[in-house]
Design a protein around this ligand. Structure first.
Ligand SMILES: Nc1ncnc2c1ncn2[C@@H]1O[C@H](COP(=O)(O)OP(=O)(O)OP(=O)(O)O)[C@@H](O)[C@H]1O
Ligand SMILES: [Mg+2]
Ligand SMILES: [Zn+2]
Length: 464
C-alpha cells in the first residue's frame, strides 16, 4: 500500500475542520445556506493555506444529497466522489500546467452540458493567474453568461496577475497565512490522531518553519515520521530538519549581553561546527534579540513570541536584566553587519567579527554607571552610587559588561559581591533615564550611531 502524505490524508472535509480564515468561512457558509452563492469565486492566498480545500468543501456543500448545505454529510455518493476526486460534476483544472486557451475551451464545452437534477457543476481552476491572455478572454465569456447551477471557483497565489476584467466578475476572498497558534492546534490534533510521540516543542518548530502554511508544516512532519517513525525526540527532529535549537542561540547571546566576547566566540564556533549556516544563525540571533526586547517591553509577551509558555517565561527572565536600549542597539548593529554576510568570502568570519563587536559594545546602563562613577569622583551628590556601593545595577547577566566598562573608565571596580547586588527596578529606571539625558551619554550614543553610518557608507559608495 502506498503511503498517503499527511497533508492529503488530513485535508479538511467540512468547514468545521478548516483552521482559521474565519471571515471567508463564515461568509461562504452563509452564502451556501441562504442560496446566495455567486456564480464565480476567487480565492487568493499563499500556498498551502486551504484554497483548494475550500473549493472542494463548497462543491460538496452544493452537491451533497442533503444539500445545498454548509455541513455536507460526507457519506452520500456525491460527497464521497468529490472527496475522492471522481465526481463528474466537479472539474478541476490546473492552470499551471494547462495555460493555453484549450483548457478553457474544454471547460466551455463541458459547461454546455447541464448538471444532473439537484446538482451543480463546479469548475475549480487552480493557479488561475497562469492562464494566457487568450485563455483569460475565453474564460471571460463563460463568466459573463454562466449556465444555471454552475459555479466557478478560481484559486490563485498571485491575484495581481489576474486581469481587472476577470476580477470585476468574481467575488474575491483573501486568505492569509495562518497564525502560529492555529497551525499548532491542527498539528497537535493530527499528531494525537496519528498516535505520534512527538514533543510540542518540535511541533512548534514545524509551525515556525512552515511560515503559516499548514501544508508546509505537515510536509515537514511527514519528513520526520518517514525518517524516524512515530516516536520523535527533540534532538532527532533537530538533526533531520536542520533546525537550530534555541539553546544554541542563547549560548551565544548570553555572553554577548554579559560583555564576554571570548565566550561568545567560542559558542559561535561550536554552533558553526554543527554545520549551521552563518546566515541562518545570524537570522536566529536577530530573532532572539527581538524576542528579548519584546519580552522586556510587553507586560504579557506570550502572544508576540512564538514559543511555549515556559520558554516565554525563560525569555522574560533573561530579558529582565537588560535595558531595552541595549537590546535595540545590539539588534541594529547586528542587522547592519548581517548585510555583509551574503557577499563575504567567509561569512562565518564576518559573523564572528559581528558577535565580537556586539559583545564589546558598551551597554546603555554601563554608560550610565560610568557617568555616575565620574560624578562620584567629582564629588557628586549622595544619590549617586559610590564606587564600591550598591550602585552596580543592571542585573546579574551584565556583570561582565559592567566590569569591562568600569575598567575602561580607569576607576576601581567594586568587589564582585557588590556588583552582583541589585537595585530596585525604579531606581534602575531612574538611573537609566538620568544617564540617557546626560550630555556625555548623548555624545557616546551619537558616536555609536556614527559608527553604524560608517559601516554602511562603503557599501553605499561602492556602486557610485
Ligand atoms: N486552513 C486549513 N485548515 C486545515 N488544514 C489545512 C488548511 N490549509 C491547508 N491545510 C492542509 O494543507 C493541505 C493543502 O491545502 P490546500 O491544497 O487547500 O492548499 P492551497 O491553498 O490550495 O495551496 P496551493 O496554493 O499550493 O494550491 C490540505 O490538504 C490540508 O491538509
Ligand atoms: Mg491549491
Ligand atoms: Zn453528502
Amino acid at each position: 500500500m502506498s503511503y498517503e502524505v499527511l497533508a492529503r490524508r488530513w485535508r479538511p472535509q467540512t468547514f468545521d475542520d478548516v483552521v482559521g480564515h474565519a471571515h471567508a468561512v463564515t461568509a461562504l457558509r452563509n452564502a451556501i445556506e441562504l442560496g446566495r452563492l455567486p456564480h464565480a469565486l476567487l480565492l487568493c492566498g499563499p500556498r498551502g493555506v486551504g484554497k483548494t480545500t475550500l473549493a472542494r468543501i463548497i462543491a460538496r456543500g452544493l452537491n451533497c444529497e442533503q444539500g445545498p448545505t454548509a455541513s455536507p454529510c460526507g457519506s452520500c455518493d456525491p460527497c464521497r466522489e468529490i472527496a475522492a476526486g471522481t465526481s463528474l460534476d466537479v472539474q478541476e483544472v490546473d492552470a499551471a500546467s494547462n495555460t493555453g486557451v484549450d483548457s478553457v475551451r474544454e471547460i466551455r464545452e463541458s459547461v454546455r452540458y447541464a448538471a444532473a437534477p439537484g446538482r451543480h457543476r463546479i469548475f475549480i481552476i487552480d493557479e488561475v493567474h497562469m492562464l494566457s491572455t487568450a485563455a483569460f478572454n475565453a474564460l471571460l465569456k463563460t463568466l459573463e453568461e454562466p449556465p444555471p447551477r454552475s459555479l466557478f471557483v478560481l484559486a490563485t497565489t498571485d491575484p495581481q496577475k489576474i486581469p481587472a476584467t476577470v476580477l470585476s466578475r468574481v467575488q474575491r476572498f483573501d486568505l492569509k497565512t495562518l497564525p502560529a497558534a492555529e497551525v499548532l492546534g491542527r498539528l497537535l490534533e493530527i499528531a494525537r490522531a496519528e498516535e505520534l510521540e512527538i514533543p510540542e516543542s518540535v511541533l512548534r518548530a514545524l509551525v515556525r518553519e512552515g511560515g503559516g502554511s499548514v501544508r508546509d508544516s505537515l510536509t515537514l512532519l511527514d519528513r520526520l515520521t518517514s525518517g524516524l517513525g512515530a516516536k520523535i525526540s527533540e534532538a532527532e527532529a533537530a538533526a533531520v530538519l536542520d533546525l537550530i535549537d534555541r539553546r544554541v542561540v542563547v549560548a551565544i547571546v548570553e555572553p554577548v549581553l554579559a560583555g564576554d566576547p571570548g565566550q561568545a566566540l567560542l559558542a559561535l564556533r561550536a554552533a558553526l561546527e554543527r554545520g549551521i549556516e552563518p546566515s541562518r544563525l545570524a537570522a536566529d540571533l536577530l530573532a532572539e534579540l527581538r524576542d528579548l526586547l519584546v519580552a522586556r517591553l510587553v507586560e504579557d509577551p506570550g502572544a508576540l513570541i512564538d514559543a511555549a509558555p515556559e520558554e516565554v517565561e525563560a525569555i522574560r527572565e533573561r530579558a529582565s536584566a537588560h535595558a531595552p536600549e541595549t537590546l535595540q542597539q545590539l539588534f541594529r548593529v547586528l542587522l547592519t553587519r548581517n548585510q555583509d554576510l551574503a557577499h563575504a568570502p567567509r561569512p562565518d568570519h564576518v559573523l564572528e567579527m559581528a558577535v565580537a563587536r556586539l559583545a564589546s559594545l558598551p551597554g546603555a546602563e554601563d554608560i550610565g554607571r560610568l557617568l555616575a562613577r565620574l560624578d562620584a569622583l567629582d564629588g557628586g551628590g549622595p544619590s549617586r552610587p559610590g564606587p564600591a556601593g550598591g550602585g552596580e545595577g543592571g542585573g546579574r547577566a551584565r556583570g561582565g559588561r559592567a566590569a569591562a566598562g568600569t575598567a575602561r573608565a580607569g576607576a576601581s571596580a567594586g568587589p564582585p559581591a557588590a556588583q552582583a547586588r541589585r537595585r530596585s527596578p525604579e531606581a534602575e529606571a531612574k538611573q537609566r533615564k538620568q544617564a540617557r539625558e546626560h550630555p556625555k551619554v548623548r555624545e557616546v550614543i551619537e558616536a555609536l550611531d556614527a559608527e553604524l553610518v560608517e559601516v554602511r557608507l562603503p557599501r553605499g559608495t561602492e556602486g557610485a
